[in-house]
Design a protein around this ligand. Sequence first.
Ligand code: TYD
Ligand code: MG
Length: 453
Amino acid sequence: MPKTKTTFFCQNCGAQHAQWVGQCTNCKQWNTIVEEVIQKEEKRNWKTPSNTQKVVSKPKRIQEIELNTEERIITLNNELDVVLGGGLVKGSITLLGGEPGIGKSTLLLQVALQIPQKVLYVSGEESQSQIKMRAERLQKEDSNCLILTETNTQQIFRNIEEVQPDVLVIDSIQTLYTNSIEASPGSISQIKETSAELIKFAKETNTPVLLIGHINKDGNIAGPKILEHMVDVVLQFEGDRNHTYRILRSQKNRFGSTAELGIYEMLSDGLREVTNPSEILISEKDTDLSGTAIASTLEGVRPLMIEIQALVSTAVYGTPQRSTTGYNLKRLHMILAVLEKRAGFKLGAKDVFLNVTGGIYIDDPAIDLAVVAAILSSNQDIAINPDVCFAAEVGLAGEIRPVSKIDQRIVEAEKLGYTTFVTSKYNKITSKNHSIKLILVGKIEEAFATLFA
Ligand code: TYD
Ligand code: MG
């Protein structure tokens, strides 16, 4: 019988401490240390594997290893399939994280009801009738999906033996507990142990497992950071809760690119896949209001046209206000400083509000030029032609810098009916015969001159 032993874990980062401390020395968070019971492992010499353990693994030359192309299960949810890199790989573990109420359970239940293979949906969060109610909303009742409400992994595995599912869904990893450890569900050691059991199950039976994970207040998946290393795929489901759009991003994918992105719309009957996002993200194309500009961004490999709105007004109070939605506030400050210093616009005493429509957070620096255009348009109160779109980064010297995958952006803008494309003259544009008019600029003043000429 191994001796029980306790250690102190940080609930935020998972760091282990020898004693209780007020502040985690690793992540510097206060009051996150809790004591947990762990089992003391027998010390083993690497030379003498314990008698119960037979040596079965052997190294092989790389030429001798047979390549078995990963078998994939197509989930029939196109956006999810794309983000996963072409479907669910057999024997893989996928972790789906996201804020409460964003739609994680809805997404996976919808997928579970849709997959033609047999799915076992294990929920530790909702009762069977609650899930039934949700399924009714989703209007997909005839399916091969079994619902189990259970949080003990030993019980779950017993059910699995009976049911023999092709796909396993766990909602959520934080509710599970295993008998082999005394800590409470949701604690670092329980999460570590239960996910290790599930990973072992997935690899041994070649069954794909989808795990739902809660996130903590910093937006990271709650539990030990090591969890993200253990799983094969980490997906993040995000979006503004006041908007209906949801974005599925991949943070890690052992079987595909992390550049792909899925877009959904939350409707009263579940999540709808959005196949042409640009059309939805741009509100009314034919109004001639000042302060809006269209940016061509690239989310992963997918070009996306989004609308940037700016409002510049004289500050009523002493300190001018700057606020952004969907754009980095520090970057806005930088752009305002560049406009002031390099182009001579006096924005220092103005309030500036910036909004990316659709509630989507954009990382792509290529939207800088559209941000500049929207701000200047609002400041001068001159509307920008709605058929113009922008893609360029703005540098500290006021230079207009090139962006990645410019050809793809141009083609997308052309396809959606834009007539003019403003970008940096330093771009290496390879494709030649565009019907769209290209305006190539090198400095912020030039961009301004062509826009409001
Ligand atoms: P849910 O999947 O429970 O979120 P999570 O598991 O990430 O916590 O999503 C709950 C929200 O989704 C809830 O606020 C209502 C909304 N919703 C819809 O708008 N339409 C639907 O068909 C469903 C099932 C939920
Ligand atoms: Mg849920």
